[in-house]
Design a protein around this ligand. Structure first.
Ligand code: FAD
Length: 269
C-alpha cells in the first residue's frame, strides 16, 4: 500500500512510500501469536514499523510496515496486556478507570503502544518502561529484565506486538493534572514534539537556544519560538528536505557553540 507520510505524520512532512500492512486477522495470529511461526519468527524484524507517526520523518522509506488489529486490552490477573495499536489516550483511560498507577503521563502524549514502548516515551521521571512486565517482540514474550531501555529508546531490536504491565493500585490524579499543566506551554500545530534527546545533565532546548537555533526556519520548518527543541512545520511544506537541512544545521551549530553532539529523538526512516 502506498502511504503519503506527509499525511501520516504529526509534522506533516514525508515522502510517499510503499508500506506492507500486517493485519492480525489476515496473518491468522491467535492470542499466543503462534501463527507467526509460519512466517518465521524473524520475518517481522525485517521491517521498520511505524505507529501513529508522532515522532517520525520518512525520507527514504525503506521496508516499512504497519500493524493493524492489535487493539486488545486484556486483564490477565497480576498484569494487563495491551496490543501494539492501542492509543495512548485509551491506555490512560483504562489505567484511570481501573485505578492503576503508571499511565498518568499518557493523557496528552500522542502515540500507540508500539511506538510508545519503542521510544520509551515519558515525561520527566515517568517512562513507559517503569511498570513494564514484558514485551512481545516478533511474536515472542521477552521479560523486562532482558530488555535494554534507555532514555527515549528501547535498544532491543524487533517489532513490538504487545506489552504487559504490572497492575499496581493507585492512579495518581495529582500527577495526571501536573502532566496536563506541563503540556499547556508547548507549541501546537504540526510538530513531532522534541526533535533531539536531552544530553545527560543538560537540555537540548537550552543548547539550541544558545546556538541561535530557536526560531530558525527553512521553508517554514524549524525550531519553535515557544520551545526551542520542538520541531514545527508552520507552512505548506510536505517534503522532508527542509527538516533534514535544519536538523543537520542545528547539530553543527550546537557542536560549534558547546562541543555537544546532539542525538535525534525523531526517528528518520
Ligand atoms: C505534540 C507532541 C508532544 C509530544 N510529547 C512527548 C513527550 O512528552 N514525551 C515523549 O516521550 N514523546 C513525546 N512526543 C513524541 C511521541 O509522542 C512519542 O515518541 C510516541 O511514542 C510516538 O508514538 P507513535 O505511535 O506515534 O510512533 P511513531 O512516531 O510512528 O514511531 C516512533 C518510533 O517507534 C517505532 N515503532 C513504532 N511502532 C513500532 C512497533 N510496533 N514495533 C517497533 N517499533 C515501532 C518507529 O519505527 C519509530 O522509530 C510528542 C509528540 C508530539 C507530536
Amino acid at each position: 500500500m502506498l502511504v503519503d507520510f506527509s499525511k501520516h505524520s504529526s509534522l506533516g512532512l514525508g515522502i510517499k512510500a510503499e508500506v506492507r500492512i500486517f493485519d492480525r486477522e489476515e496473518l491468522g495470529l491467535d492470542i499466543d501469536y503462534k501463527g507467526l511461526k509460519e512466517l518465521g519468527l524473524n520475518y517481522l524484524g525485517k521491517f521498520n514499523f511505524v505507529g501513529r507517526g508522532n515522532n517520525i520523518l520518512v525520507s527514504k522509506g525503506e521496508k516499512l510496515g504497519i500493524l493493524r488489529g492489535f487493539n486488545h486490552i486484556l486483564d490477565l490477573g497480576n498484569v494487563v496486556e495491551i496490543g501494539a495499536n492501542v492509543k495512548s489516550k485509551e491506555i490512560f483511560n483504562y489505567f484511570k478507570e481501573h485505578n492503576l498507577i503508571g499511565a498518568e503521563f499518557l493523557a496528552h502524549l500522542p502515540g500507540e503502544l508500539g511506538g510508545l514502548v519503542k521510544m520509551n516515551a515519558g515525561m520527566k521521571d515517568y517512562e513507559i518502561s517503569n511498570l513494564l512486565h514484558s514485551c512481545n517482540i516478533n511474536g515472542k514474550w521477552v521479560a523486562r529484565e532482558e530488555l535494554s531501555f534507555e532514555y527515549r529508546a528501547l535498544n532491543t531490536k524487533g517489532t513490538i506486538l504487545a506489552a504487559r504491565f504490572l497492575k499496581v493500585v493507585g492512579f495518581n490524579k495529582t500527577l495526571a493534572a501536573l502532566c496536563l499543566k506541563m503540556r499547556s506551554n508547548q507549541p501546537g500545530g504540526k510538530t513531532c514534539g522534541s526533535c533531539f534527546k536531552n544530553p545527560k545533565g543538560d537540555f537540548a532546548g537550552r543548547l539550541l537556544e544558545l546556538a541561535g537555533m530557536k526560531g530558525f526556519f527553512i521553508k517554514g520548518v524549524g525550531f519553535s519560538e515557544k520551545h526551542a527543541n520542538f520541531l514545527v512545520n508552520t507552512g505548506k511544506e510536505t517534503s522532508p528536505e527542509p527538516a533534514l537541512e535544519v536538523i543537520e544545521l542545528a547539530k553543527q551549530k550546537v557542536y560549534e557553540a558547546s562541543g555537544i553532539k546532539l542525538e535525534c529523538e525523531l526517528a528518520i526512516l
